[in-house]
Design a protein around this ligand. Structure first.
Ligand code: FE2
Ligand code: FE2
Length: 363
């Protein structure tokens, strides 16, 4: 370990010499300054010290003024004031002003060395404590960063799981190919136009994406029946809302998304199913979704009719405002040009672009 460096400041050379020789005998490295100005010049030139011993009574700049300058510019340099008995009150004041300790002249070698050791030890502890604190902050920042990455990985795997669920449904219900993805994109676009916060949009998007998951529970004979469904088949088909809700409500990270699944076939005037909810009883996400769903149904080919334009879909949505759709959500939809939805549809239907749920939810 390198020797500690001590700056000895005193206007009387014999005293400096004595102090320095005492310190050198204890293997400290010393430099001398004959005045406060000289001491500051040494420090300002870049010389570094672990401790300063300074006389109090000096011409030009006294010890108190020197102390004040040191505290301003070199707060990590401890200062021990050296003084004669008659100005002990000044020495005490110096301690209040930030000196570490004082020594009364004349002093013994052991007294000097004990004070110096204490001052240096105190400085070492302070520095160690600060380094520890800095390390701790770096450690916390590092761990927080790791945690954030882990969370975003986790969220990505959740979303991948959703995509797999959606793809599985597409395999079973080939007629709806791309349906979940398109309504999700349309729902997000309307929710954004409404200025909803990103967190809420994420929940709504997940609900929109999984809205028909309950169709997994519907027998193929009904789900894929080419002709019209009879009353009993319609009743079974309508169970898909509740079946999906039941499946998804166990997944905590989906939050309110399962409520959207449960309510996605409700109508604003209470004429929908399965619960006949009305107005604001229907979750907002489901009210947005139902416009997106109608947009997609009308602009997609069906076995019994060809796809119609987005303009035709718009007419139908306006016509069913207040009966099927929430007029407030329709007001936001009114402000959106058809091209937004046309572009989203093109993008999702083209095989060149692979849909990922998280990309749609985040972009
Ligand atoms: Fe549905
Ligand atoms: Fe659907």
């Amino acid at each position: 370990m390198p020797a500690d460096r001590i700056l000895v400041v005193d206007d009387e050379e014999p005293i400096r010499e004595i102090v320095v020789s005492m310190l050198r005998s204890a293997r400290y490295e010393c430099q001398q300054a004959a005045s406060g100005v000289e001491a500051l010049a040494l420090l300002n030139s870049g010389e570094e010290f672990e401790l300063m011993l300074s006389d109090l009574m000096m011409p030009e700049m006294d010890g108190s003024t020197l102390l004040e300058r040191i505290k301003e510019r070199y707060p990590d340099l401890p200062v021990v004031m050296v003084t004669a008995v008659h100005d002990i009150s000044v020495a005490l004041q110096a301690i209040r002003d930030g000196a570490y300790d004082y020594l009364l002249k004349p002093f013994e070698r052991e007294q000097l060395l004990a004070t110096v050791r204490r001052a240096l030890e105190n400085r070492r502890l302070k520095m160690e404590n600060r380094a520890y604190q800095t390390n701790l902050e770096a450690l916390v920042a590092n761990r927080t960063d790791q945690l954030r990455k882990a969370m975003s990985n986790l969220e990505r795997s959740y979303d991948t799981t959703l995509e797999v669920l959606g793809d599985a449904l597409d395999m079973k219900d080939a007629e709806t190919e791309g349906h979940s993805k398109r309504v999700t994109a349309f729902t997000i676009a309307i929710a954004r136009a409404m200025g909803l916060p990103a967190d809420q949009i994420r929940v709504i998007a997940r609900g929109a994406f999984l809205h028909d998951l309950g169709k997994m529970a519907i027998p193929d004979a009904i789900l894929r029946k080419p002709g019209k469904l009879n009353q009993e088949e319609i009743a079974i088909m309508r169970e898909h809302c509740y079946r999906g809700y039941q499946l998804l409500k166990r997944v905590t990270f989906l939050g309110e998304a399962c409520e959207i699944v449960y309510s996605h076939q409700e109508h604003y005037d209470g004429s929908g199913y399965p619960r006949g909810l009305k107005g604001s009883e229907i979750p907002l996400g489901a009210r947005i979704f139902s416009i997106a769903d109608t947009l997609d149904a009308i602009t997609s080919d069906r076995p019994y009719r060809a796809a119609q334009t987005f303009t035709a879909a718009r007419r139908e949505i306006y016509r069913c405002t207040s009966s099927q759709f929430d007029p407030e959500v329709v007001d936001h939809y009114r402000q959106m040009p058809d091209s937004i939805f046309e572009d989203l549809k093109k993008e999702i239907d083209s095989q060149s672009h692979r849909f990922t749920f998280s990309a749609v939810a985040k972009s």
